[in-house]
Design a protein around this ligand. Structure first.
Ligand SMILES: Nc1ncnc2c1ncn2[C@@H]1O[C@H](COP(=O)(O)OP(=O)(O)OP(=O)(O)O)[C@@H](O)[C@H]1O
Ligand SMILES: [Mg+2]
Length: 397
């Protein structure tokens, strides 16, 4: 295994000797530079020494909290790819947050121990290997869900689509809640958000897979980026940060589902249509939904996305007065998937903070499983069965 090149920034040469010995004893890193001082700007001599030595990882002694926070900020700006670790005894969440915002990737106790350094080095090495693998990784698929009319089931479809996508072997799936002014996905999954999409958008310029994952919340196999929590945080929803966020999402996850708000500016729609592989417009079999979906399709058509928009007919019943045929004729657009109507199963899932994977509705399970499989490029189940039927039945007794 290749050792990590480490640089250390400490207040005194004595401490540098101790840290050097501890890092070397981990067997995971080699110190390429030790420096003393408190860099205040990129042009400081100490920063230049770091730039020349190019360590992959920098350990900053955080004995003096204010100086360490400033050093992290300056070093991160000068060397955004370096993995900065701060050794501090401070437990104040606000101070830690400042350090993380400035670019610290890891906080370890002060004084640092061989064990804490080994842990941090191991974490860095694993991330380096993962990033290396993900460079050769296929760009993940992004599916954006919208609806012309509120209450059509966009969030229900988003949550359950991602849940059933998680069944696909080797998938890594994410749900990104962009609804505005307040997102519902976290509440539907009984997640208490520590971070929201506002945090990810606010740090979009320096967003990378590691930072993105630190904002995600786990729900079974689904990684969730919760939606906005306050009305004013909608200010973060602007095209460039959104594009950057979704690009990183596609680097990390094989499949990501985005719950869109029903109204978006032209610039935001442009960004969404550019980065999404498919846009799923959810509608219900009633006149107001049909009318609004017609407007929605017209709006999206301006952004030249032929073939990207697919219709999902939610809450479909055999007895519907407005049939699939009528919808397709009116909208001049095929209905790609139908999801059965089962209010009890949907309400039960929401009330228990679960997805329909664990649900009681065999129809919804069937519909979402097939929907997810087809969207991910698998053969429809009936076709698969058809092919299997052609095989000689050698296994039957
Ligand atoms: N297939 C379905 N069968 C029965 N009820 C459903 C179905 N899909 C959604 N619902 C119900 O419809 C209501 C609205 O669903 P949901 O919140 O997913 O819609 P939405 O389009 O995201 O709404 P909003 O526009 O407010 O974000 C919920 O009570 C949900 O349980
Ligand atoms: Mg919703």
């Amino acid at each position: 295994m290749k050792l990590a090149n480490v640089g250390i920034l400490v207040p005194s040469p004595d401490l540098a000797v101790v840290l050097r010995a501890q890092i070397s004893a981990t067997g995971l890193g080699t110190v390429v530079l030790d420096a003393t001082g408190c860099p205040r700007s990129r042009s400081d001599m100490v920063v230049r020494r770091f730039l020349e030595a190019r360590p992959e990882m920098i350990v900053v002694d955080g004995h003096d909290t204010a100086a360490a926070t400033e050093a992290v900020r300056v070093l991160h700006t000068a060397m955004p790819a370096a993995w900065i670790i701060v050794s501090t005894s401070i437990l104040d969440a606000q101070v830690i947050l400042e350090m993380v915002r400035g670019g610290a990737r890891e906080i370890i106790p002060n004084p640092a121990t061989q064990a804490s350094l080994a842990y941090a080095l191991q974490h860095y090495i694993e991330e380096r290997e993962r990033e290396h693998k993900s460079d050769s990784y296929l760009h993940g698929k992004l599916y954006s869900i919208c609806a012309g009319k509120r209450g059509s089931g966009a969030t229900t479809v988003a949550i359950n689509l991602v849940a059933f996508l998680s069944e696909i072997p080797d998938s890594r799936v994410a749900l990104i809640d962009l609804d505005w002014p307040v997102g519902d996905a976290a509440a539907y999954l009984n997640i208490v958000p520590r971070f929201t999409v506002a945090n990810a958008l606010a740090s979009a310029v320096r967003l990378d897979p590691v930072l993105l994952e630190s904002y995600m919340h786990k729900h079974d196999r689904i990684h969730v980026l919760p939606g906005l929590e306050t009305f004013e945080s909608g200010q973060f929803l602007t095209p460039d940060p959104l594009g950057q966020l979704l690009e990183v999402v596609a680097q990390v996850y094989t499949h990501a589902v985005v719950d869109l708000p029903p109204t978006l500016s032209r610039e935001l729609v442009q960004t969404v249509t550019r980065v999404s592989d498919t846009i799923l417009a959810v509608l219900t079999p009633d006149v107001p939904s049909l009318r609004r979906t017609e407007r929605l399709l017209r709006f999206f058509a301006e952004f030249e996305t032929p073939g990207k928009i697919r219709l999902v007919l939610n809450r479909a019943k055999k007895t519907d007065e407005i049939t699939e045929g009528t919808i397709e004729k009116t909208l001049k657009h095929a209905v790609s998937w139908k999801i059965s109507n089962d209010y009890y199963a949907c309400a039960e899932a929401i009330n228990h903070g679960k997805t329909l994977l664990a649900g009681s509705s065999k129809y919804l399970t069937r519909d979402f499983r097939e929907f997810a499989r087809q969207l991910a490029g698998f053969e429809p189940e009936d076709k698969r069965r058809g092919l299997l039927n052609l095989l000689p039945k050698t296994s039957s007794p």
